[in-house]
Design a protein around this ligand. Structure first.
Ligand code: CTP
Length: 210
């Protein structure tokens, strides 16, 4: 199988020294990429800025902004069997980029934000979709309700949800608990484990669904 995986945050520049971003270490996406490679699959890994080493044998595409990630995903989706969108894409970007550093003496800036394009929803909307589409939902409350809403709204085949308010889990942590939601209303909890352990199980589950 051929996987396309997005991972890490995006950065939306305000001026040459400042940006808007999201909390994301990239660990979950990179763990899924490594698990897929170890199981003998091909991987295109489209990553925002993270400090993790590239998994050997992955086709690595490094991007910075949500727009670059959108373009890289669409340029590489042909021939993909399983797309796993794990990246913490910024939902908003500055309407304008200040080419010179905004100086404090100019006062507190008012930064107008505009929405970024939703990469997951754009793949869900593709008419000729012949790949399995998995999205992530990082929630602090109403996990099931929010995850099921995302599944339907973004036309995914799978939503992988995690509770980011749980202490010691999610974000920069090496461990996670995830729940997999499917359109037939079923769900499966993968109990607390290392992100690498969860990634191995997830790769098996996704391959069985494809
Ligand atoms: N996603 C994406 N492109 C975006 C935003 C999100 O591909 N511009 C993907 C993420 O990679 C993840 C899923 O969508 O798979 C997360 O959905 P998102 O709408 O970002 O969740 P929240 O920001 O938590 O949404 P809400 O504010 O509705 O909770």
């Amino acid at each position: 199988m051929k996987f396309l995986i997005t991972a890490g945050p995006t950065r939306e520049p305000i001026d040459p020294v400042r940006y808007i971003s999201n909390r994301s270490s990239g660990k979950m996406g990179y763990a899924i990429a490594q698990a897929a490679l170890d199981a003998g699959h091909e991987v295109v890994l489209i990553s925002g800025p993270v400090t993790l080493p590239a998994p050997p044998r992955a086709q690595m595409i490094r991007v910075t902004t949500a727009d670059e990630m959108y373009d890289a995903v669409h340029a590489n989706i042909a021939g993909i069997d399983i797309a796993v969108l794990c990246a913490a894409v910024a939902d908003f970007k500055p309407a304008a980029f200040a080419s010179r550093k905004i100086k404090k003496r100019e006062g507190i800036p008012v930064i107008e934000l505009v929405p970024t394009r939703d990469i997951l929803a754009s793949l869900g909307a593709l008419k000729a979709k012949n790949f399995l589409l998995a999205g992530f939902a990082a929630e602090t409350d109403d996990l099931e309700k929010n995850a099921r809403e995302k599944l339907e709204k973004k036309q995914c085949d799978v939503v992988i949800a995690n509770d980011v308010s749980a202490p010691g889990l999610g974000f920069e942590s090496d461990e996670n608990v995830i729940t997999i939601f499917l359109p037939d209303q079923s769900s499966q909890v993968l109990p607390r484990a290392t992100k690498r352990g969860l990634a191995n199980d997830l790769v098996k589950i996704l391959c069985a669904l494809q």
